[in-house]
Ligand binder design. Sequence first.
Ligand SMILES: Cc1ncc(COP(=O)(O)O)c(C=O)c1O
Length: 373
Amino acid sequence: MKIANFGVEEWLNVWENDAIYDIAGSSIASFTLEEIISIDGTTPTEFFDGLLHKKMNYGWIEGSPEFKTEVSKLYKNVPADNILQTNGATGANLLALYALIEPNDHVIAMHPSYQQLYDIPRSYGAEVDLWEIDEDHDWLPDLEELKKLIRPNTKMICLNNANNPTGTILEDDYMKEVIKIAEKVGAYILVDEVYKPLDPSVRVTSIVDLYDRGISTNSLSKTYSVPGIRVGWTATNKELADLFRKYRDYTMICAGVFDDYLAVHILKNKEKVMERNAEIVHTNLEILKEWVEKEPRVSLICPKHVSTSFIKLDIPVEIEQFCIDILKNKGVLLVPGNRFDVPGHARLGYCTHTEVLKNGLRELSEYLKQFDK
Ligand SMILES: Cc1ncc(COP(=O)(O)O)c(C=O)c1O
């Protein structure tokens, strides 16, 4: 089985530790362990008292009943039994694709998006068509294009909603049209939902609540700001959950007693986490917008309160070289757009700590001045 290099991960693995101003990431400013424990007034002593006497065995294999119950509350129609804990959303996507995709299947995947969603199916021998999202249409894909791509043997449509790197959203009315197209051929729709838009006026319902063949994957890494515990999940109908159980036994046993314990604490405090994060997204998005307005070499289709943005740079240098140069000279880390197959752009993770964003943007402006000479 062959697989392409994972563009973004490869970039971050090489360069991430050299950053002074890391404005490349897509999580909302990660919590420290102390911050997340005390979000509801729990003291570290109280938190660890609950943990210290737990046996460090495998714990609950599929996730503790409390975990599964808390996750099922995120959906309208998914009982706890249909939730399976995974090693992050990467583990959830892998599990769904491993269980369902076979050689010669046809898969349609949104592009650009998270590379797992098209290169894992390819590695399993599927024929993958890319459903392009288009900057001229606010990074939305075209439904007419999907109608042309769909085939009687299309097994799955893979989406990332909200989208990494652009922060674009497929709202419910739009998704209902996608579902109409998929259900004609009985295709599954896998939606990686790690980026929740933190704007209450935006309607994005999980695919599992909209479509029986919908597979929702998610984790605590992005919207919940705790990527340091490797906890994600799949949410599906019962038939798919039973199928995934079989494959899951071969790929992971459990997420670990500590990770599950902290995951339950985070989920029980989700409103507080969202409140904190909505504030960061809102404040930082305003800073980003103001900066873009003043920066003639930069343009942006604004993300809809989603924690990732994709800027376009008008510069006479190839984007990856630019990103290496600015990192070496100014300590600013971006992700070059070619890592998403979109040169001329860069992912700017504006939901880092506000001071880091401000400093990173100041240095980026300073560096762009060289092209005005
Ligand atoms: C769309 C998407 N899915 C999944 C992940 C990884 O999530 P996790 O940390 O839960 O494995 C990322 C990380 O960048 C992502 O952008």
